[in-house]
Ligand binder design. Sequence first.
Ligand code: SAM
Length: 341
Amino acid sequence: MKINYLRVSVTDCCNLNCIYCRPLSLANHVPRSKLLRFEEIRDFVALAVQWGIDKVRITGGEPLVRNNIVNLVEMLSQIKGIRDLTMTTNGVRLEEFAQELKQAGLSRINVSLDSLDRERFTHITGYDKLLEVLRGIKAARKVGLDPVKINVVILKGVNEEEILKFVSFGLEQGLIIRFIEYMPIGGIGQNNRYLPNNFAKEIIERKWGGLEPLSSYNGSPAKYFKIRGTHSRLGFINSISRPFCSSCSRLRLTAKGELRPCLFTNFGVNLKKALGKKDKETKREEIKALFDLAVRNKVKRELSSLSNPQKKHQKAPSKFNSEIKERSAAFIEGNMFQIGG
Ligand code: SAM
């Protein structure tokens, strides 16, 4: 599999505290002095582009809480060879930044939003910020960050009754709604909150009729479908019921400069020292060796045997539980904000 997608986490801080993610409970945030500087991120990305990366996503924590984040977007947008420069945000500060991000060269944006109900949103995130997020989404569309994709994590017993509401929201506002399977790690970390995406798909098909499969684009982990008779697209990211290891084209750069091949392993290489090298050639050589090492350590195993997509509302089998423990260890050890859309 060609590795062409780099996720860059610019901070592990967040201005929300979602029950399934809980960034505020991480006592040890990376101190500011340990964060990769924008110049270091730019230098790494400029090299990585020579080795096949052509898609870059800025993420976090919450990327819009990192000071001067627009400057980083501008720096990255000037690197030739990036055909897709995107960001994943919770949207709380998006209204404020949408125009500048667009001007700086961001191609499009993903917004994470798990409820359209103000009270439930507050329950999930710990903050009464739904209206800010909705204004942010509107602003993103207005400035032409197109398409705006909305990432919805479905949690059993929390927000599954909003599945159809989200589909209508997408249709009305011209947004691509993507349902993401909850990974029982970090945060509430409860297997009994997990719902396979088949559940959402069935509910949607009962109301809207069979969804029309679309071919995946951009190596996205999402399976896309069209609602018949509309131009609206829906995405399903089945990280648990249909793991996509074999088609994974991603590397992850953490806020403090570790390059990680995937979520399923503790393995990571630290780029900080190499990025500090004065001699250009030595720097390039050292970073290339670390890049190759990370790529070689991408997990190749197929996890599809760990879940049974036939069963609805399935309880995780014990084999699955141990996998989750492994993932959770990788997360705690690494950077738990590196997941999802
Ligand atoms: N703060 C930004 C945001 O909210 O989009 C970027 C970081 S956030 C951790 C990235 C994505 O990971 C969000 O869409 C979030 O919903 C998703 N995520 C976090 N924990 C998750 C979990 N346990 N299972 C599934 N998705 C999760």
